[in-house]
Design a protein around this ligand. Structure first.
Ligand code: ADP
Length: 328
């Protein structure tokens, strides 16, 4: 990715979906009720991906809706400060920016409490999309939270269609958040309803199990998610690295050993890095040696992101990644 005078060149990577604030307890290992206080941690997987791309020197934009409130303005400001194009952001006058209170209790269980009744992101309409921005993207990246309710679902489907028509590569990271769906069956059905549109799909090991209904993380279960239009399927395995599947070859790339402090955002950092490397060189998808190099870079980005608290503060720059890889 070429960076000239701090301005990135190259194709635009547009991330579509939610941006919100996670409230995390000031102390670890407590339930939400026990937490003495909370810290704001900006997040939302598609927004994290946009910032991951920008921090690596790529050209990034975010499309989604925020509340016309202090938190919405704060989040839009964070995107701007990080060099993400915000021309696809709209603000809702009535609904608030989404909040999620999240904790990891002492017993290892994660507890979530969402403020989405409804939140602004859920109210994005097809008419509010910035179609010129979407048409200018070389990569269009999205998750599945924007599919849960209308009108955002229709906005998501339209944005995907417009991007595809304009020749963008569609990249899908379902990012399953089961508590947000009415039921597990509905989540599976809707996540799969747009499966065949994507040319690049990344799932985690847990998502693979959820989507296939198999408790095995093997090539057979991964390949059951294959579809004819797909160019690359990735399964991320946390500290075990990742597996890749294409029409002509498959394999795995080991993770880097780090002392993980907080794994939030590792997958977003991983996919952001991958998109940065393929946006201007799609041959990566057909050349195994090139792909393995890129996945090594993406694994490094994921690993680095786990070494600091929070997602956005932990996303690396390209030079940090190269120094990290050299030091291994
Ligand atoms: P997700 O956040 O989507 O669940 P993962 O946790 O699998 O995704 O992380 C994405 C990538 O980040 C992994 O493929 C791996 O390369 C890297 N990664 C994640 N956790 C660790 C870890 N504990 N140690 C080293 N690398 C990690």
């Amino acid at each position: 990715m070429a960076v000239t005078n701090g301005v990135s060149s190259g194709g635009l990577i547009l991330s579509f979906g939610e941006m919100l604030i996670d409230f995390v307890p000031t102390v670890s290992g407590v339930s939400l009720a026990e937490a003495p206080g909370f810290l704001k941690a900006p997040g939302g997987a598609p927004a994290n991906v946009a910032i991951a791309v920008a921090r690596l020197g790529g050209k990034a934009a975010f499309s989604g809706k925020l509340g016309d409130d202090e938190f919405g303005l704060m989040l839009a400001g964070i995107l701007k400060e990080n060099g993400v194009n915000g021309d696809g952001i709209t603000f809702d006058k009535g609904a608030r920016t989404a909040l999620a209170f999240v904790t990891l209790r002492a017993d290892g269980e994660r507890e979530f409490m969402f403020y989405r009744n409804p939140s602004a992101d859920m109210l994005l309409t097809p008419g509010e999309l910035n179609l010129d921005l979407i048409r200018s993207a070389k990569v269009f990246h999205y998750g599945s939270i924007s599919l849960i309710v209308e009108p955002c679902r229709s906005a998501h489907l339209k944005a995907m269609e417009v991007a595809k028509e304009a020749g963008a590569l569609l990249s899908y990271d379902p990012n399953l958040r089961l508590p947000l769906w009415p039921s597990a069956d509905e989540a599976r059905k809707q996540i799969k309803s747009i499966w065949n549109k994507a040319e690049l799909i990344k799932v985690s090991d847990n998502e693979l199990e959820f989507l296939t209904g198999s408790n095995k993380i093997d090539d057979e279960s991964a390949m059951s998610l294959w579809h004819p239009g797909l160019k690359l399927l990735l399964v991320t395995l946390g500290e075990k690295g990742c597996k890749y599947y294409t029409k002509n070859f498959r394999g795995s790339v080991d993770a880097f050993h780090v002392k993980a402090v907080d794994t939030t955002g590792a997958g977003d950092s991983f996919i952001g890095a991958l998109l940065c490397k393929i946006v201007d060189d799609r041959s990566v998808l057909e050349d195994e040696a090139k792909l393995r190099e890129v996945l090594k870079f993406a694994n490094a980005c994921g690993a680095i992101t786990t070494t600091k608290k929070g997602a956005i503060p932990a996303l690396p720059t390209e030079s940090e990644v190269l120094t990290f890889i050299k030091g291994q």
